[in-house]
Design a protein around this ligand. Sequence first.
Ligand code: TXA
Ligand code: MG
Length: 322
Amino acid sequence: TQQARATRRLAADASGEAQAAEILRNGGLVAFPTETVYGLGADAANPRAVAGIYEAKGRPRFNPLIAHVASVEQARREGVFSPRAEMLAEKFWPGPLTLVVPLNETASVCALARAGLQSLGLRMPAQKVALDLIAASGRPIAAPSANRSGHVSPATAEHVLADLDGRIDAVLDGGACAVGVESTIVALLDDTPRLLRPGGLAREAIDAALGCALAEAPKSESPVAPGLLASHYAPAAAVRLNALTLAPGEAGLDFGGRFAGGDNVLDLSPSRDLAEAAANLFSALRALDASGAAAIAVAPIPALGLGEAINDRLTRAAAPRP
Ligand code: TXA
Ligand code: MG
C-alpha cells in the first residue's frame, strides 16, 4: 500500500531545482512542468523509484514510460537513432514529440520503465525548468503525466497537488504548461514511421519533415498505451461531444463562442485558435468538472493541426467508463 509522503512545493528557481534533482537522485518522486503537461518524474534507471510512479498514480498495470532527456547526445546513449530519428530529433527537439526507438545496448533505463520492451520512448522537453532538472539529476527521468490513473492530465502545480498531494515527494511549480496536451508519439522501429498518439506537435508538421504521411499504429499492437485506453482522460461528469446547443443543466466546453450566454461555459478559444484551445483544454475540463455539473457539452472543434489531439482526448473523455 502507498506510504504517506510529505509533498514539498518547490519554486522553479535554482534552489528548488537543486532540491528536486537531489530527491530524484535519491530515488524519490518529483512532479515537474514540461511544455505539454506536468510529468511525475523518477530516476529511469532505478526500478524501485519507477515502481513508486505506478504506486503513486494508482496505475493498475505496468505500461512503458517516456524517458526524458536533456540532450540528443543523452538520448543516443539510451536508444538507437536511425537517420530518420536523427532528422526528427534535430528538427523538433526540444519539443512535444516522443520518439519510440530500439533500445541501445548502452541504455540505463531499467526494464520496469520500459515494461520489458526492447524499445524506448524518448523525449527532450522544451521547458527550461525540465531540462535543468534532468541535467542536474544526471540521468534520464521516467515521467508519465502527473495525475491519478484515469484522471485528466495536469496543466498546473495545483492540478498535480489535487491528485497527488501526500503521495509524492515534491512538485516543482513552473506555472501553467504552454502546450497543454501530451506529446505526439511516433514509432521509428522499422521502415515505416507510425503515429502512436496524436499530441502537441501537429501530424502535418511531421509528415512535411518526413516527406511522407505517417502510418497509423496497428489497432491491435501491444502493449496498449495507457493513453489509448478508452476512458483514460475521463472527468467525473458525462461528456457529450459535437454539441450544437446546451441542454438545461449542462456545463459547456466551448470553442469559438457557440454557447455564448450560457452561465457555466468556458471557451477554449473565442478566436478559434487551436494552440490556445489545447493549452486551455485540461484546465477547462477540470474546472467544469469541479462545478458539479452532471454533464459537459463540448462544441465541435476542427480536427486539423492540434485539433487532432484535442479531439482525441475529448473522445476518450466521452467514452464509456470501465
Ligand atoms: O507530453 C508527454 O508525453 C507527457 C510529459 C510528462 O512528457 N508524458 C506522458 O506520459 O504523456 P504517459 O505515460 O501519460 O504516456 C506515455 C505514452 C504511453 O501511452 C505509453 O504506452 C507510450 O507513451 N510509450 C512509452 N514507451 C513506449 C514504447 N516503447 N512503445 C510504445 N509506446 C510507448
Ligand atoms: Mg497520462
